[in-house]
Design a protein around this ligand. Structure first.
Ligand code: UDP
Length: 257
């Protein structure tokens, strides 16, 4: 179910919905979600999500049903522009985690960091607590999306009563996991955040800001994490080609309705 605050305009790239929402608007929507007593899910979409959704129907459904689908990957901004319907701003998982930690210090939002390798979520929590004194990180756990680990994860979440659970199991596992368990765990808000804890903890180097601004984060990743070449191939040329062809069709249809 989508949030009942004003629904942000959506774009559709290769059949996947992406909301045209800014970081400030995302925070406002989250404030609203946390006040209505229901369960909510936010997905942080990037080109790899879009390509995975082409052949994974369950993931496609989860992306479609999320309360918010924020544009995490710069490739989506290009694709939307090619269609003549630009997205205003990139809302990344890392930046969102930081803004939530900041808001937590003011509003008392209780945040749980779930996922990443053992010890990484703890280090990410320490970084957030140091940067945003007073932020309420109420628990951390490496956990895993495996069914065998569910009881331990469920017990940790029940004991710490978070408002927001950031889940870093990688996509699509994290988003499928939230969708499957949010009701029984009564998650007020679950957000899949991918490699966010790795960046915050300094396990993975973050591309310099100037490279991110010109959309070349993928090149930095290719150089620093060459083992990801297959994923980068999917996210950059494969996605780029498919999105470009779709945009050409969209533009043609607009010219000749
Ligand atoms: N991960 C995990 N459990 C798993 C699989 C992955 O905790 O079963 C973590 C992994 O350690 C990493 C995150 O999920 O911290 C996903 O990282 P990835 O590089 O896939 O995310 P992206 O960079 O695409 O956002």
């Amino acid at each position: 179910m989508r949030a009942s605050t004003p629904t942000p305009p959506a774009r559709h790239i290769l059949g996947v919905r992406i909301d045209d929402i800014t970081m400030d608007e995302t925070l406002a929507q989250i404030q609203h979600m946390l006040s209505d007593g229901a369960t909510h899910q936010i997905v942080t979409v990037n080109p790899e999500f879009v390509m995975t959704a082409q052949h994974n129907a369950a993931f496609r459904a989860v992306l479609a049903q999320a309360d918010l689908a924020v544009p995490d990957g710069v490739g989506l901004l290009y694709a939307a522009r090619w269609q003549g319907q630009p997205l205003r701003e990139r809302v990344t998982g890392v930046a969102l985690a930081e803004r939530l930690a900041q808001a937590s210090a003011t509003h008392g939002w209780r945040i749980f960091l779930l996922g990443a390798a053992p010890g990484v979520a703890e280090r990410a929590a320490a970084v957030l607590q140091q940067r945003y004194p007073g932020c309420q990180i109420v628990g951390t756990l490496a956990g895993s999306p495996r069914a065998a680990d569910y009881p331990v994860v469920a017990a940790a979440l029940t004991a710490s009563q978070p408002d927001i659970v950031l889940v870093a199991y990688g996509a699509p596992a994290q988003d499928l996991w939230i969708a499957e368990h949010k009701a029984e765990l009564q998650l007020r808000l679950g957000i899949g955040v991918g490699g966010t804890f790795d960046y915050l903890a300094g396990v993975q180097p973050h591309a310099p800001r100037w490279l991110r601004q010109i959309g070349l984060e993928w090149l930095y990743r290719l150089i620093t994490q060459p083992q990801r070449w297959r994923r980068i191939l999917t996210a950059v040329p494969v996605f780029g080609w498919a999105a470009w062809r779709e945009a050409r069709k969209v533009r043609r249809a607009k010219r000749n309705p």
